[in-house]
Design a protein around this ligand. Structure first.
Ligand code: ATP
Ligand code: MG
Length: 222
């Protein structure tokens, strides 16, 4: 059985039979404000008590939200944040960051929030680049899969959604390239108030449509 790494939240771990799977890429997608960043940040803060966490950030993570969740400087110093501001920077930085991770022996978790944000902008501006950008996304996911396997750690990639006009449903950005490469896929849905639901979309050992509930609170998630 693959190892599991805690999400940091007991009720989610129980629901997911241990948490995130080591050795593979897990994709988490959901609508804006669904709580993707809250979840991965919370998990990162929890894991950073056990070892180093790599957090690749394309959104500009809120330092205010981090300090609401965690006040210990020694915990925070175990999270290495890498800020990526553009599509070009992402192409250049990701291999470098992953090389660095390869040389470290105490990394316990790698998070990429949000892997597709610059792709989206790039595609919208210049549609002729569609195929080229897909290829570079596939290359990055392959690199992330390799790191997950060779380090035997969970790699969590956060993804945004778009409205599929033909089905009227929200779909994750990146299409089949992403959904094939990620061995586990979770969707986060907003319920009323601060309540959220993590839904298993794809997993090797958990049933599809399994639902795990949690809430976003002032100090994190519960
Ligand atoms: P995006 O796709 O825009 O990046 P996201 O899925 O990453 O969105 P988050 O930033 O994780 O979403 O979550 C935003 C939600 O968290 C909002 O509903 C917001 O109200 C809630 N939230 C943020 N801070 C607090 C807090 N201190 N107390 C309660 N809820 C909060
Ligand atoms: Mg976010």
């Amino acid at each position: 059985m693959s190892g599991r790494v805690s999400t940091g939240l007991k009720r989610l771990d129980q629901c997911l039979e241990g948490g995130y799977e080591s050795g593979i890429v897990t994709e988490i997608y959901g609508e804006p404000g669904s709580g993707k960043t809250n979840l991965v940040l919370f998990s990162s803060l929890y894991s950073s008590r056990m070892g180093k966490v790599i957090f690749i950030d394309t959104e500009g993570v809120s330092t205010e939200r981090i300090s609401q969740m965690e006040r210990s400087d020694s915990v925070l110093s175990n999270i290495k944040f890498f800020r990526i501001r553009s599509y070009e920077e992402q192409l250049e930085s990701v291999p470098k960051i992953l090389n660095l991770v390869r040389s470290m022996n105490d990394v316990v978790l790698l998070v990429f929030d949000t892997i597709t944000i610059h792709y989206r902008a790039e595609r919208e501006i210049r549609s002729e680049l569609r195929r080229k950008t897909s290829n570079t996304l596939i290359t990055q996911i392959e690199m992330l899969n390799n790191i997950a396997a060779s380090k035997d750690i969970p790699v969590i990639i956060v993804n945004q959604v778009y409205m599929d006009k033909t089905t009227g449903e929200v779909q994750p950005v990146g299409g089949s390239a992403l959904s094939h490469a990620a061995k586990a896929i979770f969707k986060i849905q907003k319920l009323s108030g601060g309540k959220r639901e993590l839904v298993v979309v794809k997993h090797r050992s958990l049933p599809e449509d399994l639902k795990c509930s949690f809430s976003i609170t002032d100090t994190g998630i519960e």
